[in-house]
Ligand binder design. Sequence first.
Ligand code: PAF
Length: 282
Amino acid sequence: MDILYTLTDLRAYVRAHRQAGKTIAFVPTMGALHDGHVTLVREGLKRADICIPYIFLNPKQFAPTEDLASYPKTLDADLDKIRAVRASAVYVPSAANIYPEGFATSITVSGISEPLEGLCRPHFFQGVATIVAKMLIQCLPDIALFGEKDYQQLLVIKKLVADMDLPVTILGIPTVRDSRGLALSSRNVYLSAPEREIAVQMNVILKEMMKKSLGSVRIEEAEAWGLDALTNAGFDRVDYCVVRDAQTLHPVSPDTQTRRALAAAWIGTTRLIDNRGEHDVT
Ligand code: PAF
């Protein structure tokens, strides 16, 4: 497997494969890879001739109070996982190469980035949009794959790509879960065994809240039930627990075609997010 450290390496690799007529899939990651990331690489390899994951722990999407310093860093294990699925290359740029002294550009995708995560983590989507735009422009893949666990992020990236006419198709891949339904996340390593017991309740509660909202219960009541259920399950603080229009993330209206139940909540110092669609309960 080729390890590409610089933009020059990446461009040379992409150029050679383009000249050979190959299509290219790209999988953005911040490392600490788990089966969710591995699935994205596998799906990329099914849909394109080659798949290049990148590993870059993006400082711009963390607020100073967040867990950038303690975010798990497992580069050797990450490279082994990528090798094992037979990706032929991985891009591992340095922070100095990505954000050289004087880097001054940031991208804001207004609207879709504003509710939910945007309210709780105001810096987050600007950091994500900036790095994803930069990486897509660096690689110019045919497709890029993102997990649906970060559902709002997926919508923000689709909007970014549409608005900027970037010639890449963005694919959302269903969340990979453990045997009890806990969405895989690099941050799950922070959870103790008792905290994991609490964490697994989030997806159960989201499905139940979605079911209630599709039945005879008013959405506000379903959401109030969800909030109580998370608190009773042992979550220490709930940032949001809502049913929204799956396309716009606005409150559900008569124009809504499909709904999405989304939540973010804390167990101690660990923040978990998850979401479920109508298809998960019907
Ligand atoms: O979802 C993530 O891991 C990150 O937000 C992403 C898309 C790799 C950008 O840093």
